[in-house]
Design a protein around this ligand. Structure first.
Ligand SMILES: CC(C)(COP(=O)(O)OP(=O)(O)OC[C@H]1O[C@@H](n2cnc3c(N)ncnc32)[C@H](O)[C@@H]1OP(=O)(O)O)[C@@H](O)C(=O)NCCC(=O)NCCSC(=O)C[C@H](O)C(=O)O
Ligand code: MG
Length: 291
């Protein structure tokens, strides 16, 4: 799987002209122009027109541009999907995807509307049944490239509380990760609602990274910088990866398949991981330099 930086993926209300303009200068890797929860029912049609025009007009540079449509069971879904297909963003983010059949319906609708091949499906998994079917959803289509956690909806459905450490959500997060990885797909963590609590936010970014998420979805510009930092390999990690590869190659030249670095065992699989760290760091370096 070729790594595409999606450390920071910022939602912005599709009806908010100022936010759509401001996003052109923000250092997020990707943007989700939202037509669902952040847009009031009366503003849906206007929001749809606005975000599709924004995608058509461009000006977002290398930021990956996606549109979040309303859910499959809503009155706006079909029109949103048709308009998004015509606008041709990098991805269409679909909330509350609960089955492979849902993915197939989205895929058929995009194809019927003439969506370009580059428009991927990003499926939001945010219900108990979606956690239990995460692999079925992730593997349902090649057009589906990204799973997006919806942790607010998941907590609501579970009757769970938002607590530091996210204990009530950990099983769901793990199931979704297992499903995504088993299907070879990218997976993004959910949002952190308290935009003023940067310490709590940083802790949740670190937890997401430790779990294996590729990046995190965000709701405020102030969350972008800290998130980019956490989801990129640090200089220390890059240096360690280089030493792992060098030590293993030296050992291999002497006919050994195992070595220690800083007292820890290094085998082939650790070298694979070290190479992945270097690939990710290089891709992020090129992205940040605008290459
Ligand atoms: C959360 C907010 C409502 C906070 O808004 P506000 O108090 O106005 O923020 P600030 O005054 O600090 O804003 C400072 C400037 O930054 C711009 N801004 C703010 N947010 C964004 C954004 N998301 N994208 C782009 N620009 C943004 C403001 O316009 C200010 O600009 P300026 O005037 O030039 O200084 C607000 O941040 C917000 O609306 N966030 C996005 C909310 C959203 O999209 N929600 C839906 C997605 S999350 C979700 O649905 C969860 C999921 O489905 C689940 O189940 O978990
Ligand atoms: Mg949601």
């Amino acid at each position: 799987m070729t790594y595409v930086p999606r450390r920071s993926v910022l939602y912005m209300p599709g009806a908010n002209e100022r936010a759509l303009e401001k996003a052109k200068t923000l250092p997020a890797d990707a943007l989700i122009l939202d037509l669902e929860d952040s847009v009031a029912p009366d503003a849906k049609a206007d929001g749809r027109k606005r975000v599709c025009e924004a995608v058509g007009a461009g000006g977002y540079g290398r930021r990956e541009l996606t549109i979040r449509v309303n859910g499959l069971d809503t009155q706006w879904h079909a029109d949103d999907l048709r308009a998004a297909a015509e606008a041709g963003p990098a991805g269409v983010v679909v909330p509350k995807v609960n089955s492979a059949a849902d993915v197939h319906a989205i895929e058929r609708a995009l194809e019927a509307a003439g969506a370009p091949d580059h428009t991927a499906i990003w499926a939001m998994v945010e219900t108990p049944i979606a956690m239990l079917r995460a692999h079925e959803i992730a593997a349902a289509s090649e057009r589906l490239t990204v799973l997006v956690m919806g942790t607010n909806d998941l907590a609501k459905e579970l009757h769970a509380e938002h607590v530091p450490g996210r204990a009530p959500l950990l099983t769901g997060l793990s199931l979704a990760l297992l499903g995504a990885r088993a299907a070879g797909k990218v997976i993004l963590d959910g949002v952190y609602n308290d935009v003023k609590d940067l310490d709590g936010f940083a802790a949740e970014c670190r937890q997401g990274r430790e779990f294996g998420f590729d990046g995190k979805t965000l709701i405020h510009p102030g969350q972008i910088g800290p998130c980019n930092e956490v989801f990129a390999p640090s200089d220390t990690e890059v240096e360690h990866a280089r030493r792992v590869i060098a030590a293993f190659e030296a050992a291999a030249a002497e006919g050994r398949g195992v070595v220690t670095v800083d007292g820890r065992m290094i085998e082939n699989l650790h070298v694979d991981n070290a190479r992945r760290v270097l690939d990710v760091a290089a891709a992020i370096g090129a992205f940040d330099n605008g290459e």
